[in-house]
Every structure is written in C-alpha cells, then in structure tokens.
Design a protein around this ligand. Sequence first.
Ligand SMILES: NC(=O)c1ccc[n+]([C@@H]2O[C@H](COP(=O)([O-])OP(=O)(O)OC[C@H]3O[C@@H](n4cnc5c(N)ncnc54)[C@H](O)[C@@H]3O)[C@@H](O)[C@H]2O)c1
Length: 330
Amino acid sequence: MRKMNVLLTGGAGYIGSHVAILLIEKGHSVTIIDSLITGNKRLVPKKAKLFVCDIADKKKVSQIVKQQKFDLVMHFAGLIRVDESIKKPKKYINFNFEKTKIFLNICFNNKIDKLIFSSTASVYGKSNKGKVSENDKKVPGNPYALSKLKTEKFIINKSKKILINYIILRYFNVAGADMKYRSGLISKYSSHLIKVICEVVIGKRKKLIINGNDYDTRDGTPVRDYIHISDLAQMHYICAKNLINKNHSNIFNCGYGRGFSVKNVVSTFNKILGYQINAQIGKRRPGDCEKIIANTQKFKKYFKWKPKYNNLNIIIKTALNWEKKIRQYK
Ligand SMILES: NC(=O)c1ccc[n+]([C@@H]2O[C@H](COP(=O)([O-])OP(=O)(O)OC[C@H]3O[C@@H](n4cnc5c(N)ncnc54)[C@H](O)[C@@H]3O)[C@@H](O)[C@H]2O)c1
C-alpha cells in the first residue's frame, strides 16, 4: 500500500504512542500534536514529528495542517479519568468535546477528510445484558463518557453535512505494553486496575483497594473486557488502511468479548508472581458499572480479524515488565 501521511493527536500518551510506533514501523509518516498535559515525551517515537501544542490552539494547528497534506487524522488526545470528570464535569466537556470540535473543524476546513476517533465503551453506561453491540442504547454514566458520546454525535452529524469519512473506535479496557517495550503506560494518577496492581508490585503503592465486592457478578467484583494495547494498535492500522481505500464510515467495539472480574485479575497476578499482592476491599467507586463486555463480531467479520494477544497472562506480564522498566525513569 502507498505511504500514508498521518496527523495524530495525543501521540505522547499511552494508546497514541503505540499506534504511532506501529505506523512508523509499517513505513508511514506521523506528525503528532500533543500538549503533554498528561503525556510524556519519552513515548513519542524518534521518527515522528512532534508539535507540543493544544489541539484547540487555532493558530498553531492551522499552521501545522497547512504545512503538508495529511491523508487522515487519528484523534487520541483527551482527558481520561472518570473520577476527575465526576468532580470537574465542565473541564471534561471542554477538553474532550469543545476542544475536539475546534480541532476537527480546522482539519475539515483544510481538506483532511478521513478521521479515526478514540471513543470508549463507557458510552454504553450500565449494561444489564451480557455483551454490548455497537447499536445498543447509550446511557453515559459519567461526564467523561458523556463528553465522548457528544463528540461521536458531532462527528456523525458533520459527516451528513460535509464529505468526510470516519471510524469511531470504542475501546474497552486497554492494558499491557508493547512487546518490544518501546512504549507502555506512564501516568501519575492512573486508576486502571492492571496499572495500579503493577505499581503495588514495584512498591510505588502500598496496596490495592478493590472498589466494591457487592456487585451482582459471580464473585461480587466488577467485570471488564481487557484488550492488549498491541492488538488495539493493530485495529487502528487496519482501520486507517480501510479509510484510505474506501469511503465508508463505521463504528466498532474494540475488546476481546470476554470478561474478567477484579478478583480474576488479582489472582492471575498472584499466580504469575508466586505470592499474594497486598489487596483490601474498599468502597464502590462512583461512575463504575458492574459489568461491561464487548460484542466483537462486527470488527472480526468486517475485517476477518483475529487478535494476537488475547491472553490475560500476556497482558499482565507485559504491563509488569514495562512498570519495572520505567521504575528507573523517576
Ligand atoms: N486507556 C484506555 O483504557 C481508554 C479506554 C477508552 C478510551 N480511551 C481514549 O483513548 C484516548 C487515548 O487515551 P490514553 O489512555 O492514551 O490517554 P493518555 O492520557 O495516555 O494520552 C492522552 C494524550 O493526549 C494529550 N492531550 C490531552 N489533552 C490535550 C489537548 N487539549 N491538546 C493536546 N494534547 C492533549 C495528553 O498530553 C496525552 O499525551 C483518549 O481519548 C481516551 O479517552 C482510552
């Protein structure tokens, strides 16, 4: 396939950096816009061009998009903490929705007509059935999820008025690290379960608090669908190629279609480590739902795709090795 020139926001972050690495590995060009508000320069691949700037900085973003012809934009930049969004809802609507509107309008006005957008499984909210499908009802249960759903709607409405094509990807719980450890999750305030346990293992945190054991699940703890970051990066690459070759818009879930409870994850860690991590039952966390698992048939059928790392052990081992690697950074 011909070389793609990709504009990628949030490339100093966890997911954006993995996708940037993959694109560069496949011979494509990547230009990153990242304000470094939560990102880290270390994660930006050397061959990518980095502009440290806010996505809503009209002047700078206009300059960047006018400098070269981009084939598509991948928009990862955003704030991701559900707990913070509950305390500061306006901040989340501003960062994830209002700023994205400004940014995407600049892109669209400058003839970038293909877009991949990072959405989230949390747009579905509380799901009482087994697996959620793309067309299921959306009931965002917190301001973070709402900010993403509003952005999805903005993109879909825009595509009805102007000639653009998009793929919206709804990520379930992303975890693990690059198999060559070129990137992984660096975050001061992560609330992601696997990250938090890794920090307990290396001694950065004293213990894991299990947020609630009175949910209506098999062992009482919340159930999530964990997807390895490298499979997720591959899904983006597949979507990018598809957008370049076909003028089709679409929405896909990104998960593996099977759930693990918090206790399942803890016991897998314990088996890998050969000892019990320090864990304690605490209160439920506001905004959490009991269970969310992806129906993954749409992506698998559409692209005839099979994941490579659908294994909780691999997810945990790569996350742990990455955590050990970045210990020396601090
Ligand atoms: N990590 C997950 O499990 C998960 C799940 C569902 C959806 N998502 C979505 O995926 C995207 C990437 O998430 P991540 O885990 O890599 O987060 P991250 O915090 O590691 O990366 C986000 C990046 O965006 C940058 N950024 C934020 N606001 C910006 C702004 N206004 N201008 C320029 N740069 C800005 C940050 O500096 C950071 O580098 C987010 O949109 C998030 O909502 C993530």
